[in-house]
Design a protein around this ligand. Structure first.
Ligand code: GPU
Length: 832
């Protein structure tokens, strides 16, 4: 090759300040098509992202090539959601060129913050489940594990939330509107995916019964790849997202009828498949389009996985030694029937052989016990949309139940619980049972959740397969959630214990001894204060509300859901407000209640709770009798970017779900790692957080999961009695029900009051109220002693090392996937 080009290529990838600056200018002019005078912030963001992407590509190809040459076992993480957030800071930080980039922009007269802020937040997920998938991608790449993410490239991510007159209103989130500089379109990576049609039986070449799926509609799945930069930049993995494309095989019958436009319309409609993310978190809607999305991305991913496998192999016997497929909840569980179909119908494997391979390849993660979230598709829908899969599911079920029948000795109730088909009412396919049966390992996401899985939803399956259920407590990536989100604290930590914690968070335990060091405590407080100032400015921008930086920042950020009990927090807020008004001469510890979170658009109760928080905020924030002692804010449009500002500034972390209902939680981990003290129930991973940070450094209150279970079982709970015996609770509820916060519509909150009283208070808000208030009081008293508070905050940060998603992913790698790190060979290319 021409030497001139070669040297230019190397310059394109140089990582020093001058090289970056030259490369920015070149990208701006030749790819974005603007000059420096005309460029907007968004143009600069695209410019910088493209230049950074350049510096990733060689290492990405090296990584992919190394996996190929070593024929390494890969893990495929199938997830309907990847809640990634912004990527610029993440890429720069993981490549280790943050400062160089800042200086290069500086020389161009640009601020790094402005450029970073021009990036849209990639919100291809609803909440914890999608963010976990994103943390796992970071951890797999950072540890050199050959891991691929597979999902859908939604054109519209999670809706944008705005408040209009205090009510949530949803707007489309057009993250792709101005293009996405991180992705590579792969128009040549295209797989057909079928729907509808019928199944034909025939005799194969050796006279055996065989099946083919005919007369089906087809769409194409087209790949878009995003490089996933591991920490240090050695391993660059791939997130492959599928987009629906119309096929070009026109129905010529329509042409002859002169129905050309009709044929084209059908084609266009088929692309709706990847248009929008369903906005329900931990609830199932049962919509046909959702089922089609699930099958669409699962089928395309499996075809891609088999194609990659067949590059090295001719028989499928080794598939489980070369591919581990992790099902992120049941959303991709139809993949079990799909792999059976591909192996049996397309590759002519014998059923039993195909089943053995399938089971050894798949593993399944359960993320909830909430019955309304357990997917169960109507048999009639699957029969229509995926007729061959329905047959396969019946066959799996018949073989399993036949084997089990012999042992079950006439226990028909047990057999009907184990069945893949729920026969009560409209017949449905239980996707959880299919996922369990088709996997060699099944896990929950915290110790408590895994135990409850064994006792409840999968009790019969656990007896049948006692070695299958295992626990993998969730984790979070310390790169995004400490290093990037909290530069003030991470720099402080690094000056004291070095930077080893970034790739090995267990090292953060070295901070424990610093908890007794007054100088360190002062610096730790200073970092927190800096973050609180940053959040206060953000709050002022977003809501117009001025909050006191020296108040307790009491933070509850998560999806709005009754089981997460934002209502319990609101009731305490009202009780505290009343106390402050009754006792104006007391010197109160000022409190700022900070809420953020989206409600599913069709979840009326959650939307009413949003309106209530906004109504309470209006009354409290404008009441001069409480001064600055109490402020309430509900920040709009909570997403990863907002979380990165809110979490580092929190003093108190609200993790107050009804015990037994939050599978794990991961926000609880992010907040504790950033030095917030948790006020929480013994639910999900809170239990393990308490074990790690120590019971003296966390505020635990409320009923345990066992107590909740007993109380519900005996039916002996009467919220009316509890309310009558607690004057402050009664007063708060009366205010809500008589319109103290809604003078314009005094009946507005009737459904909430109803749910907490005659409705039976299913989430036990009233039952936990008194204990919660005591824990809140204890927190407020402790906050008066800033030295003691800071000591505990430091101990929280220092003891959260185990909650790194690196640890979680390593456990999966060793105990579920059997995959091992590969060290890419970068010798062919000069990186620096
Ligand atoms: N979770 Br199911 C979601 O965010 N969405 C879902 O659809 C389902 C579960 C969450 C759990 O509620 C949360 O407790 C857990 O930490 C998270 O998944 C990741 O496991």
């Amino acid at each position: 090759m021409d030497a001139r080009y070669k040297s230019r290529d190397i310059e394109r990838r140089s990582l020093d300040v001058d090289g970056l600056k030259r490369s920015f200018l070149e990208w701006l002019v030749y790819s974005v098509g603007k000059d420096a005078r005309a460029a907007t912030r968004r143009d600069w963001f695209h410019t910088v992202a493209l230049a950074v992407r350049d510096r990733v590509v060689d290492r990405w190809m090296d990584t992919t090539r190394s996996y190929y040459h070593e024929d390494a076992k890969r893990v495929y993480y199938l997830s309907l959601e990847f809640l990634i957030g912004r990527l610029l800071t993440n890429s720069l930080s993981n490549l280790g060129i943050m400062d160089e980039c800042r200086q290069a922009l500086d020389r161009l007269g640009l601020s790094m913050e402005d450029v970073v802020d021009a990036e849209p937040d990639a919100a291809l997920g609803n909440g914890g489940l999608g963010r976990l998938a994103a943390c796992f991608l970071d951890s797999m790449a950072s540890q050199g594990l050959p891991g691929y993410g597979y999902g859908i490239r939604y054109e519209f991510g999670l809706f944008e939330q705005r408040f209009e007159n205090g009510w949530q209103v949803e707007y489309p989130e057009q993250w792709l509107q101005f293009g996405n500089p991180w992705e590579f379109a792969r128009p040549e990576v295209l797989y057909p995916v079928q729907f509808y049609g019928r199944v034909e039986e025939f005799r194969d070449s050796v006279g055996e019964r065989a099946y083919r799926w005919v007369d089906a509609d087809r769409v194409l799945a087209m790949a878009y790849d995003t490089p996933v930069v591991g920490y240090g930049g050695d391993t660059i993995n791939t997130l492959r997202l599928w987009s629906a494309r119309a096929t070009r095989d026109f129905n010529f019958g329509h042409f002859n009828d002169g129905a050309y436009m009709k044929a084209v319309e059908q084609k266009i409609l088929s692309e709706n498949l990847s248009r929008v993310l369903y906005p329900n978190d931990a609830t199932e809607t049962g919509k046909e389009l959702r089922l089609k999305q699930e099958y669409f991305f699962t089928s395309a991913s499996l075809q891609d996985i088999l194609r990659r496998y067949l590059q090295h192999h001719t028989s499928f016997d080794n598939l489980p030694n070369k591919a581990a497929i992790q099902l992120n909840d049941t959303h991709p569980a139809i993949g079990i029937a799909e792999l059976m179909r591909l192996l049996v119908d397309q590759h002519a494997l014998r059923w039993d052989n195909a089943w053995e391979i399938t089971r050894a390849t798949f593993a399944y993660t359960n993320h909830t016990l909430l019955p309304e979230a357990l997917e169960a598709w109507p048999v009639r829908m699957i029969e229509r949309v995926l007729p061959r899969h329905m047959q396969i599911i019946y066959e799996i079920n018949a073989k399993f139940l036949n084997r089990t029948k012999a042992k079950a000795a006439g226990d028909n109730a047990r057999l009907s619980r184990l069945s893949l088909i729920d026969e009560r009412g409209e017949r449905r396919v239980r996707m959880g049972n299919l996922a369990f049966l088709g996997s060699h390992k099944v896990n929950g996401v915290s110790a408590l959740h895994t135990d409850l899985m064994k006792q409840t939803v999968f009790n019969d399956f656990h007896e049948e397969f006692p070695d299958r259920i295992n626990n993998k407590t969730n984790g979070i990536t310390p790169r995004r959630w400490l290093k990037q989100a909290n530069p003030a604290l991470s720099e402080l930590i690094t000056t004291r214990i070095g930077q080893g914690w970034i790739s090995d968070l267990s090292q953060i335990s070295a901070l424990r001894e610093k908890a007794d060091d007054v100088v360190f405590r002062e610096e730790f407080r200073r970092a927190k204060r800096k973050n609180k100032k940053r959040l206060a400015a953000y709050i002022a921008r977003q809501t117009g509300e001025e909050v006191l930086v020296d108040s307790i920042f009491d933070v509850q950020v998560k999806r709005m859901h009754e089981y997460k009990r934002q209502l319990l927090n609101v009731l305490h807020t009202i009780a505290l407000y009343n106390e402050m008004r009754d006792n104006p001469t007391v010197s109160w510890v000022p409190v700022t209640k900070i809420f953020a979170g989206k409600a599913a658009p069709s979840y009326h109760m959650a939307k009413l709770i949003i309106k209530l928080i906004n109504d309470v905020a209006k009354v409290v924030n404008h009441d001069p009798s409480v001064h600055d002692n109490l402020k309430v804010v509900l920040l709009p449009n909570y997403n990863v970017t907002a979380a990165e500002i809110i979490i580092p500034a929190a003093d108190l972390s609200e993790q107050i779900s009804t015990a037994g209902m939050e599978a794990s939680g991961t926000g609880n981990m992010k907040l504790a790692l950033n030095g917030a003290l948790t006020i929480g129930t013994l639910d999900g991973a809170n239990v393990e957080i308490r074990e790690h940070v120590g019971p003296d450094n966390i505020f635990i209150f409320g009923m345990t999961a066992d107590e909740v279970n007993d109380l519900r079982a005996t039916g002996g709970f009467n919220p009316r009695e509890v309310i009558a015996s607690n004057p402050s609770l009664k007063r708060a509820l009366d205010m809500i029900s008589t319109g103290a916060f809604s003078p314009d519509d005094r009946n507005r909150y009737h459904p909430i009051v109803q749910a907490l009283t005659d409705g039976g208070d299913h989430f036990l808000v009233t039952a936990d109220f008194a204990d919660y208030c005591q824990a809140q009081d204890a927190a407020m008293q402790l906050y008066r002693d800033q030295e003691e508070w800071t000591r505990k905050a430091i101990l929280n940060t220092a003891n959260m090392g185990w909650f790194s998603s690196d640890r979680t992913v390593n456990e999966y790698a060793e105990e579920v996937w059997d995959v091992h790190p590969v060290h890419p060979n970068h010798e062919g290319e000069g990186y620096r």
